[in-house]
Design a binder for this molecule. Structure first.
Ligand code: TEU
Ligand code: CA
Length: 554
């Protein structure tokens, strides 16, 4: 049995991973073909984003049937085969469960639209007038969170796209249907679950206008959320001790996340939060251009690392996923310091307290694709905001600049496998264009180069297996005042890790606090991103994006 604290999860967005049959869309057999590659990297679990029946308005996060596989991804037999082949390589499969909403093409919603009371109660319908929605809440993809249904003179709630109707978790029948779905996949041998925006499922009793926000304060970490998660745990995966779970928590708090993930609570194994990925949002607004705020980033890491540790909670630690631009383009430097900055960012995450998640392509430093026309974009959120900004009078060029840095499609371009046509992703026409960098930055090149980003990730994973301090140690931030360096220690028994990361191109000298230099029995440099780095001493010069980890025994 694997321990999730010393495990590493690899996220696959099947549509963009590997196409086995030339239709331009990645598929489950494509994943099977690449299992040996993932085995080489050393990961423990694969999290697959949704491949269920879906009209694909939001690339599968709009589920129309939880029990069947969208034919373009493959068949149930392919899926069983994937489980079996992964298991042979000691890799567990984690599934993505989207239970805040269903597609409006789901049979439940279709029945609701026919006026069947039972199914109307599966969703959140509220009375309203044609001119005025029940509340002023905003959808996370832009526009109102309510859609009017003429026949009923009512609105239904959709926190995301209008084709993603929110489920009514206060209805016990809905909860039982959901538990059935989880059990169905458990019986197929699934080893983990990622629950999509799970902290948004419990809606308030009274629906009212949000005077100073978009409504999120009423439904985020809502009134019955902990009760519902406990029930989900008890009625489904709780009996399967080896199954791991991670909840995607939108706009959440440390206290709630402790509650979600403290083992005594019997809710989830761990949680994602996104606060550290909003440090380049001007005044909290994603659709702007801004350099990342390093001070804010450091403060957030400190707050979450120390807070979660105090409450015995557990975090998923990560930079990248299918909703986020590529980190080497966002915080690193994907031109001059591609390797150095990719490795530094990797070390920063993998040495923190939590379970690291790697998003496909991150392991060799895949950058943003730098699309320069609107036709290249596929993502519903990007296209919605393109129109919203256009209507606000923002200049086309400016909008394209913003999308180039912020669009979710930055992470969704095909996996760059090699230098061949379509980066080796498909023999057909890819559903979304390939990134410009693929000739230089791809998996095959990375595997040929001993000093590549890939081998750095591989080493980080191997170190986690060898040194319990990496999963068990207590976290403390050091060098708080540094404007360039994020430094921290981890402590466990008589051991210590000292982790130094220069987030900038500028060379910088740091002073190691005297206390950390005393009484050493043994000091080893565990990993760095230069051929060799300074030994541990009072003053250390960090070169551009240099990152060093010292292991100390006292
Ligand atoms: O994401 C939730 C979510 O909050 C993000 O989509 C967020 O709104 C966006 O990145 C901010 O710009 C999850 C899935 O990861 C995402 O792919 C889905 O679109 C969404 O839920 C709806 O299911
Ligand atoms: Ca295919």
């Amino acid at each position: 049995m694997k321990d999730f604290k010393s495990s590493v999860v690899y996220q696959i967005y099947p549509k963009s991973f590997n196409d086995s049959n030339g239709d331009g869309i990645g598929d489950l057999n494509g994943v099977i073909e690449k299992l040996d590659y993932l085995k080489e990297l050393g990961i423990d679990y694969i999290w697959l984003t949704p491949f269920y029946i879906s009209p694909q308005k939001d690339n599968g996060y709009d589920v129309a049937d939880y029990y069947n596989i969208e034919p373009m991804f493959g068949t149930m037999e392919d899926f069983q085969n994937l489980i079996k082949e992964a298991e042979k390589r000691s890799i567990g499969i984690m599934l993505d469960m989207v239970f805040n909403h269903t597609s409006t093409k789901h049979q439940w919603f279709k029945n609701a639209l026919k006026g069947e009371e039972k199914y109307k109660n599966f969703y959140i319908f509220k009375e309203g007038k044609k001119e005025k929605a029940p509340t002023n809440w905003k959808s996370k993809f832009g526009g109102s969170a309510w859609e009017y249904v003429e026949e009923f003179n009512e609105y239904y709630l959709h926190l995301f796209d209008v084709t993603q109707a929110d489920l009514n978790w206060d209805n016990e029948e809905v909860r039982n249907e959901i538990y059935k779905v989880v059990k169905f996949w458990l019986e197929k041998g699934v080893k983990g679950f990622r629950f999509d925006v799970i902290n948004l499922i419990s809606k308030p009793e009274v629906f009212q206008d949000d005077e100073n926000g978009d409504g999120r304060k009423f439904y985020t970490d809502g009134p019955n959320i902990h009760e519902y998660l406990k029930e989900l745990n008890l009625k489904t995966f709780g009996k399967f001790k080896e199954v791991i779970t991670v909840g995607e928590m939108s706009s959440t708090t440390v206290d709630n996340c402790i509650h979600y993930s403290n083992p005594q609570e019997n809710e989830l194994s761990m949680v994602f939060n996104f606060h550290h990925l909003k440090v380049d949002y001007e005044n909290g607004n994603k659709w702007t251009l801004m350099d990342f705020d390093f001070k804010m980033l450091k403060n957030l890491f400190e707050k979450w690392q120390e807070g979660m540790e105090k409450g015995d909670g557990w975090s998923a630690v990560f930079w990248c996923n299918h909703d986020q631009p590529r980190i080497v383009s966002r915080i690193g430097n994907d031109k001059k310091y591609h390797k150095e900055s990719s490795k530094m960012l990797a070390t920063t995450i993998h040495m923190m307290r939590g379970t690291p998640y790697i998003y496909q392509g991150e392991e060799f430093g895949m950058p943003n694709p730098y699309f320069d026309k609107i036709e290249d974009y596929r993502d519903i959120e990007s296209i919605n905001y393109y129109n919203i900004l256009k209507n606000k009078g923002v200049h086309e060029d400016k909008i394209l600049e913003i999308l180039k840095s912020k669009s979710r499609d930055n992470s969704r371009t095909p996996m760059q496998w090699n230098q061949e046509k379509n980066a080796g992703f498909t023999s057909g026409t890819p559903w979304i264009s390939i990134g410009k960098s693929y000739k230089k930055i791809n998996a095959e090149e990375a595997l040929k180069d001993n000093d590549s980003v890939f081998y750095h990730y591989k080493k980080l994973i191997a170190l986690r297996k060898k040194y319990p301090i990496i999963s068990q140690g207590d976290f403390k931030m050091i060098l708080e005042e540094s404007k360039e360096v994020f430094g921290y220690t981890r402590e466990y028994k008589n051991q210590m890790l000292l982790v130094l990361n220069n987030f900038y191109e500028k060379e910088t000298e740091i002073e190691i606090p005297a206390l950390l230099l005393e009484n050493h029995k043994k000091v080893v440099t565990l990993i760095t991103n230069y051929l060799s780095s300074d030994d541990l001493k009072e003053k250390i010069v960090l070169r551009p994006y240099e990152s060093i980890v010292y292991y100390i025994e006292k």
